[in-house]
Design a protein around this ligand. Sequence first.
Ligand SMILES: [Zn+2]
Length: 244
Amino acid sequence: MNTNSMATLPGRNKNSTGMLDLGGRPTVVFCDFDGTVTTSDVTDVLLQQLAHPSWQEIEERWLSGEIDDCQCMAQQIALIDGAWPNIVKVVDNSIAIDAHFKSFMALCNDMHIPVYIGSNGLDRIITHILNRESIQVEGYWAYRLIERNKSWSLEFPQGEKRGKCRTPHSIACKCALLERQLTDKDPYKIVIGDSKSDFCWSTKADFVFAKAKLAQYCREQDIDHQTFVDFSHINECLEQKIAA
Ligand SMILES: [Zn+2]
């Protein structure tokens, strides 16, 4: 574990319901999916294995700023050639989850911490992988994958589900999920993630577990965080809280 950016979670109180309480507030976890729960990016793997090679030209147009990330993804998804069973086959052969994610979920369950998934990925595939792994989450926010006339398209969250950040190059953000929890209960919000799509909701979190690009962003923005390599590090951190 990289301790250079070590930050500490606030003190734990056990309230009358037995719910873990960090900083005197009930805790909620908001977790990214691709590259965080899974060990690789599902959309990238699908494009590499099932899409017409021109998906790479679209990627170049996105990298040069010509199109935004939602336009890029919508155009790339339309290039996927294969029915749902083909997609499932690729996902089941190629996509594994973090070896310690199930024990993380068990720990959160024991501590009555709800876990939400926020992903700029594909809802139907997230559901498939979670079912495959017998994992139940409180809810999730993702893009809707639609199958129509043997072709694939995406539907992006609209209205309140769109997120309020209006960040450049993106029409929707995961903050919609986090903002729904900003109720009168004011929960202690833990965000777990790895990439650019986690930047904006990490600024609204009380604590962040970060790796890769998100860890660098948290360092630069001075966001209270702990770096991690896999969920065993996050579990260690939570277990210390239980033992405290
Ligand atoms: Zn946002």
